[in-house]
Design a binder for this molecule. Structure first.
Ligand code: BGC
Length: 348
């Protein structure tokens, strides 16, 4: 169940935890809470690892574009790495030109998490813990984080996030699995079908920061209200697609924030039949079509990852929320508990 995966330059050991339930098998690293492999069956029971990753800790440390990782303190971008909270100005680490991306240069994807396995009834899972010190990457407050990965008897993967702080801060946690339901290394996801329960998205500027209020998806390449093949509109010369080299946008989910996880998206690979259904409590979904994969990274299959060889579906609050009073708030105050849940259900 637990084995040594590798050792960091400072001597810290990184472990790999294996879980299996209901036909799903997964390997999780203590480094970044990374889902290093996630195997699900097709209709014939044939397992495939449907998430991009690496075989060695060295590759994760040196060159991972967040493969399978937990993202914090703040998923996606904060414009110019700046915001004001209760009248106080904060400057957080900018690691994406002038903007801050996924919590800054040393985000939660690069932390070594404490992991504890559990079994609860027919569920198995892992508790992942980390603490982010007051001021880390520029964020205020000591943030204590607990993430629960559960594999249910149906083979569903559920993520529950919790966090508390001792000073008012902002939090936006997510998971950065790169999906390819035909199997990592098997080529493009442009033939996958996708449906997203969202009538609006947040248009961005050339730095991928939202420009203002959400806009309707109707009549744009961003309309996934009916099941659509991902490649269908991907090469349209639409300014938003040109800025992002494809899709890298936040969908404003019609259901909004919900106390219980509600269905928001379905992804299907027609060749294998493997299907992922997602439900979340979050108000937003970042759909990233693997635009920056450029053929220089090689996965466990021994095959290179090229542009569009995977997609990410990150449930979260909207990018740059700390600077957008009209977006759902990402503020967390002492005494409050941040909670967020996302469920991935697999079928064939
Ligand atoms: C972002 C992309 C970014 C990628 C990192 C996504 O969540 O939206 O812009 O390049 O993460 O691999």
């Amino acid at each position: 169940m637990k084995s040594l995966f590798g050792t960091l330059a400072d001597g810290t050991e990184v472990h790999s935890w294996s879980l299996a339930n209901g036909g799903t098998r997964m390997k999780v690293l203590s480094y970044g809470g990374i889902v290093q492999s996630l195997e699900i069956p097709d209709g014939l029971g044939q397992l495939a690892n449907v998430s991009l990753g690496f075989d060695t800790i060295e590759d994760y440390v040196a060159k991972s574009p967040y493969f399978g990782a937990l993202i914090g303190r703040f998923g996606n971008r904060i414009g110019e790495g700046r915001f004001t909270l209760d009248g106080e100005a904060y400057d957080v680490n900018s690691n994406d030109a002038v903007n801050s991306l996924h919590g800054g240069a040393k985000g939660f994807d690069k932390k070594v998490w404490d992991i504890e396995p559990f079994t609860k009834g027919s569920d198995v899972g892992l508790y992942l813990y980390c603490t982010s010190a007051d001021g880390e990457m520029g964020y205020p407050g000591t943030l204590k984080v607990k993430v629960t990965y559960t594999l249910t008897k149906h083979g569903d993967w559920r993520i529950d996030y919790e966090a508390t702080t001792d000073k008012t801060t902002v939090v936006n946690l997510t998971s950065h699995v790169y999906w390819n339901l035909a199997g990592e290394g098997s080529g493009t996801i442009e033939n996958h079908e996708l449906k997203i329960a969202a009538s609006r998205y947040t248009p961005v500027d050339s730095g991928l920061i939202p420009t203002g209020e959400p806009a309707p998806v109707a009549g744009t390449p961003f309309d996934f209200r009916r099941t659509k093949v991902i490649g269908e509109n991907l090469r349209e010369a639409h300014q938003q697609l040109l800025y992002a080299k494809g899709i890298d946008h936040n969908w404003v989910l019609d259901k909004g924030i919900s106390p219980k996880p509600e269905w928001i998206a379905t992804l299907k690979d027609p060749s294998s039949g493997r299907t992922l259904r997602m439900a979340t409590t979050e108000p937003g979904l970042q759909f990233y079509s693997g635009n920056f994969l450029d053929g220089t990274l090689v996965g466990p299959s021994g095959r290179a990852y090229r542009q569009g060889d995977a997609l990410c579906l990150e449930t979260q609050h909207f990018p740059d929320s700390p600077n957008r009073p009209s977006f759902p708030s990402t503020v967390l105050r002492p005494g409050q508990t941040y909670r967020s849940t996302t469920i991935h259900s697999f079928s064939r």
